[in-house]
Design a protein around this ligand. Structure first.
Ligand SMILES: Nc1ncnc2c1ncn2[C@@H]1O[C@H](COP(=O)(O)OP(=O)(O)OP(=O)(O)O)[C@@H](O)[C@H]1O
Ligand SMILES: [Mg+2]
Ligand SMILES: [Mg+2]
Length: 495
């Protein structure tokens, strides 16, 4: 059956991703310019090297290589003994030298993989390679978007920021899997501490999409290399988030499907994701490898990492930590997932679990804190500098200085909404958990003042106890623990 005659069901989606990640280093990859460019005036973090002035020589940043090796270990890649750099030639204003220093035939990471879980199923996504390169400068399109702008401004502050380009096999069979992969990759990068998710543009994605005859898909989603090579694919550039990736992929899948159903061929081309319009637009026919005239970067010697790489440690990664949390703290799968979703959350949970009690810590971090943050469209990163205060709140609950209900509904919410300190909120709201004596007195008073309810209780009316609990709660200003009060009342009424 030819692709032309295909209907919806006859087509399988093929997606491969090229993910560009900015490595978090103090200085650029080939010069000493600071990478801390947030809010800086354009073109103020530059020097002859990253501006590509004639005669300037690159010197490789050791920290960038170390980060690349860490990533290689995390994705189970081969890190060859010797790697080298190449020049990729193209003419575009974001590249002052007219070429990008990148890696070609000897990338620092080869043949890795990452396991994702999507819609309850686990899949292993192959990673063809991950190589080091320099980030180009950034362009600002003035008076329109890329295809309509009046003119373009160039900022070379970004030029030379270390980038890792991670190239997957065409292993995704749908946009959702692509998104799951990006989330997982970001998690791993954060755990490794080599990446700053908060930095603008620190993760940028090119997505390759094609359609093949569904009959070509074998067991486990395998597709023959020849079929993949023959399929006309589009490469979508300018995707900068997981959400954007899923949307761009879904758009492109629909566009290609429609074209094939109308009997048209999908053109092999480069397209641009226009985030604000939610569409992809054609940019140019796809360049081929020979267009880049790759040749060896003679200004950088080959890089030897064979002995060195063994001495570069990596921390426990998300999957391992998830398993350990389940085994060590008796967490369910869902709680373990939530509590390892970012390193910061996981570290915070462990800290609180060790100091107080794992069950309490799990509820407080997974349900209460993350729930309230989520409700406010916030993440743990937004309160990263206040984690001590949240730990203090859990301590108050653990030490029974406050009821769980008040801790959750008053203190936690006020902390988040007003940036208040937990002890201050408790004091201001008079929420100190009432002492045992005070509760006992309130129980006595409630019994004395409500003989009818006491009679009803003895006559077997189950509702009477709730009424009495309510009376005690009122007398203690809501600061007693209702479960304790219930117990006290029953004990007292049975004697
Ligand atoms: N048939 C296909 N459909 C979708 N994606 C594919 C297909 N074949 C290959 N890919 C994906 O295309 C991506 C890049 O492929 P490749 O390495 O051949 O370079 P390229 O896009 O030509 O190179 P560059 O972007 O550096 O110029 C990979 O992620 C790969 O998985
Ligand atoms: Mg590249
Ligand atoms: Mg490509």
């Amino acid at each position: 059956m030819s692709a032309q005659a295909a209907t919806q069901e006859d087509l399988a989606v093929v997606i491969g991703l090229e993910v560009h990640v900015q490595l978090e280093t103090d200085t650029k990859i080939f010069c000493g310019c600071s990478t801390d460019t947030a809010g800086a005036e354009p073109n103020t973090h530059t020097c002859p090297v990253c501006l590509g002035l004639p005669g300037a020589l690159p010197v490789l940043n050791e920290a960038a290589v170390e980060s690349a090796v860490k990533l290689g270990k995390a994705i189970d890649a081969e890190v060859p003994e010797r790697t080298r750099f190449h020049r990729k030639n193209y003419f575009y204003p974001d590249l002052p030298k007219g070429f990008q220093i990148t890696q070609y035939d000897a990338p620092i990471c080869q043949d890795g993989s990452l396991e994702i879980s999507h819609e309850g199923e686990k899949r292993t996504i192959g990673i063809e390679r991950a190589h080091l390169e320099e980030d180009p400068g950034s362009l600002q399109h003035v008076g329109g978007s890329i295809d309509t702008a009046d003119h373009v401004l160039v900022d070379y502050n970004r030029a030379g920021v270390p980038l890792m380009e991670i190239v997957t096999e065409p292993d995704f069979r749908g946009p959702g899997e692509g998104r799951a992969f990006l989330a997982k990759l970001e998690e791993v990068l954060e755990y490794l501490g080599i990446y700053d998710s908060q930095r603008d543009g620190s993760l940028r994605i090119d997505a390759n999409i094609s359609m093949v005859d569904a009959e070509e898909v074998g067991p486990g989603g395998a597709i023959d290399d020849r079929v993949l090579a023959d399929a006309n694919r589009t490469e979508v550039k300018n995707i900068s988030s997981h959400k954007g990736a899923e949307k761009a992929l879904a758009y492109e899948v629909t566009r290609q499907r429609n074209a094939i159903q109308r009997g048209r061929e999908v053109e092999q081309e480069t397209r641009h994701w226009d985030e604000s319009r939610g569409i992809t637009v054609s940019m140019r026919s796809k360049e081929e490898e020979k267009d880049y005239r790759y040749f060896r970067e003679a200004d950088l010697p080959p890089l030897e990492v064979s002995d060195w790489k063994e001495s570069i440690p990596i921390p426990e990664l998300p999957d391992a930590r998830r398993d350990r949390f389940q085994a060590e703290y008796g967490l369910g799968e869902e709680a373990a997932d939530k509590l390892t979703s970012t390193k910061q959350v996981a570290d915070f949970f462990e800290d609180v679990a060790e100091r107080f009690d794992p069950d309490l810590a799990a509820t407080w971090v997974a349900d209460d804190l993350l729930g309230e943050l989520n409700y406010r469209d916030m993440a743990v990163t937004d309160v990263a500098d206040r984690l001590d205060e949240f730990a203090r709140l859990v301590e108050m609950v653990a030490e029974e200085e406050i009821t769980e209900k008040n801790a959750r509904e008053v203190v936690l919410r006020t902390m988040l909404d007003e940036g208040a300190d937990p002890d201050d909120v408790r004091e201001a709201e008079g929420l100190g958990k009432t002492s045992g004596d005070e509760v006992a007195r309130a129980v006595e008073a409630a019994i004395e003042e409500n003989p009818d309810a006491v009679d009803d209780y003895h006559a077997g009316d189950g509702g009477a106890i709730n009424f009495l609990v309510g009376q005690v709660m009122q007398k203690t200003g809501g600061s007693a623990d209702p479960a304790d009060v219930n117990k006290l009342l029953r004990e007292r009424l049975e004697t």
